[in-house]
Design a protein around this ligand. Sequence first.
Ligand code: NG1
Ligand code: MG
Length: 532
Amino acid sequence: DIYPRTGGYQSNMAGPVPVASSLSDIYTIDALGTQAKRWNSLLTRFQTIYGQPAEFVARSPGRVNIIGEHIDYSLYPVLPMAITADSLLAVSTNVASSNAKEGHYKIKIANVQDAKFPTHEFDIPYDAVDIDATVHEWTNYFKSGLRGALELLRKKHGADFKPKSMQILMDGTVPAGGGLSSSAAFVSSSALAVMVANGEKTVDKTELTELAIVSERAVGVNSGGMDQSASVFSERGSALFVSFTPSLKARAVSFPKTNPELTFLIAQSFVTADKFVTGPIHYNLRVVECSLAAAYLNAVLNPPGTPLPSDASPLSVSLHGFHETFFALQEHSAGATSSKSTESQLEELVALTEKTLDKKDGYTREEIAAVLNISVDELDKQFTSRFPVRAEKFKLRQRALHVFSEALRVLKFMSLLEQQPANTDDTSEYNAQLGGLLNQTQDSCRDVYECSCNEIDELCASARRAGSYGSRLTGAGWGGCSVHLVPADKVKAVKEAWEREYYSKLDLTDEQKEAAVVVSKPGSGSAVYLVE
Ligand code: NG1
Ligand code: MG
């Protein structure tokens, strides 16, 4: 365990997904009015469409990542928080079985935005859920949650487990392709709905998260586990420290009282980054580059043939796995137990990367294969076959430098949160330290990891000029959303600056303008609501 310093980290928030008895168990007071209306209309529509009431609603929220960007798939801890926007699935299992073909069950799924997301009806064979990831189809996310949940149910109840038919109405308020993780909200609420529909009285949060992480990869993105963890585990009022090794753990982290009081502003860039289209040159390529960097550093810096732990990272070789192995071997040969803090280890890794991976313009497949002592075919088989990528050169140096330095910033951010500000009357210096780390993250994302875009850079610069302590992209990047740490008394000024310098120059609908900026408080995670 490389994070002994964060004392409460071991006490994770495992346990069952809560069953809510009223909406006030789920939402903050200021959101209740709007949400009550939305839930009522969801349940009324359900009755209209299916001619019977829904039995329950499964709910999972979107998230914003505060710090720790593009390091979850390298298995370093991250600090996201859930937002109010969420995915709701109203469900009934009261479907006549004669409705489905022999050996099949029926899934009817509709969306409250039916013009955009048309209704579908599927007869699904008992033993397999087919998902065509090459077709971009909204119900794929439900199917991937279904598939994952059924795998778990079969493990529990035997291979001949017969899934129930379901009628579903979905209402999602997390904007798609906007970096707030609509996909994880949809997949985890789907998996949760399937578990409950099939009679599970309690659904374990860790099991649900783990299956949602694996399920989402079925839709074609080689993602880490931050979004699903944030969606399932979050608690109202707290951010969530999520760590992935030795096993998935989540811990609620509260923000100290500050003066001026801090708020998080989330601002849309309205640049849609579609991972399904750009995966081979953006997201999935970064995952591959990080794994290749781990393998390369291992080959050069560890004794020949050192195996890296076969961990749960998407490509099974992670920078974190290299990190642990490297220092374990060092200690072993020195005959000592750990003396270096994780912070100093990460600093050392930054320096080692600069020396070892000195080619700034990237590495070809041939160059990497030679160092790993494998053929180019074998390299492709191990690293680029499951999720296709398009690249002549792999920027191992830059990717490893970002990951190690970002992992370090997460730890620094955490220790600031744990320290509490010294001068409680005026915490502006403390606020600026927190914000400074976010700004460094943005610089690294822009210049080193190359996952920002001009529009996000502009939003950040404009916010900082108007009083934001720290501004950066959140989520995968290349568009989507940005997050800003803004003192309460500057929120107005920041919003005005964006309107003047950014949004007024775009051609936005009223609806888009309305959704462009959200002041977000940390929201609660997955829940089940039993109707009646
Ligand atoms: P978003 O922005 O939700 O697509 C993605 C990954 C995360 C994480 C971040 C970058 C998915 C589902 N999620 O988030 O796991 O790697 O990028 O930090 O792809
Ligand atoms: Mg997503």
